[in-house]
Design a protein around this ligand. Structure first.
Ligand code: SAM
Length: 229
């Protein structure tokens, strides 16, 4: 039984794909995708020895050593250009995911589909995609065990296709997500608002400095944007 979070990631993998799951940890996602017949072949990439070994064990226990290959290495270093048609990266911060994509740009020349699940800062990923000519083709937000998860799907293409004139807001909140505004979305941004307002309150009690004022104004700007949506 896979988590709802990873199951949703898998649901965006094109049929009969060869996938690479980067930062695979236990390799649950590639094993599941192959078992379900969605991926025909998979690579599980891990940079840390412990998770790499547990991925290897999981693949062996599942009897999938012919279909799922576990490779030790940093980010996209474990694949060669054109080797896979879909890459999943889940369960890390958005900035780390964006840095993995940036460092491995030369592996992305064939334009595989990217399915990315940041735990925080999806904005870093949307910004990277925009700056690197990737079209964000879909997004999801879901709740599981009291946590909120965003999933972004991208393909090589015109990055402006799914954004409108409200770019700053859309990069922060997600162009698809802010149109749907489902329960998970409302919950996520109400939580963020509550936190930001607390911080602003504390800042108002603290001694004024220029840096603090700048930070406070940034937060007030974000609060206004989110409240408008
Ligand atoms: N993808 C799984 C999931 O979503 O459940 C595991 C997420 S786990 C929290 C993050 C994993 O990413 C860890 O096993 C970590 O070792 C790995 N990782 C972090 N940075 C990485 C990198 N640059 N290249 C490959 N793996 C990385």
């Amino acid at each position: 039984q896979l988590s709802k979070r990873l199951e949703t990631v898998v649901s965006y993998i094109p049929e009969q794909s060869k996938i690479a799951d980067i930062g695979s940890d236990h390799a649950y996602l590639p094993c599941y995708a192959v078992n379900k017949g969605i991926a025909s072949q998979a690579i599980a990439g891990e940079v840390v020895k412990g998770p790499y070994l547990s991925a290897k064990k999981q693949v062996e226990d599942a009897g999938l050593t012919r279909e799922v290959e576990v490779r030790l290495g940093n980010g996209l270093e474990v694949i060669s250009p054109g080797e896979v048609n879909c890459i999943t990266i889940a369960g890390m911060g958005g900035a780390l995911i964006a840095s993995i994509l940036e460092a491995g740009k030369d592996k992305l020349t064939d334009g595989p589909r990217l399915i990315l699940q940041p735990n925080v800062s999806a904005k870093s990923i949307r910004t990277w995609l925009m700056e690197n000519e990737w079209d964000l083709i879909g997004e999801e937000i879901l709740e599981e065990d009291d946590k909120l998860y965003e999933i972004l799907i991208a393909e090589k293409g015109d990055p402006n296709t799914h954004y409108s004139k409200e770019l700053e807001k859309e990069l922060l909140l997600g162009p698809f997500l802010m149109r749907d505004r489902n329960d998970a979305f409302i919950k996520k941004w109400n939580q963020e608002l509550r936190q930001w307002k607390n911080i602003v309150n504390n800042m108002e009690k603290a001694e004024k400095t220029e840096a603090l004022e700048t930070r406070k104004n940034e937060l007030l700007h974000k609060i206004k944007m989110v409240e408008e949506v």
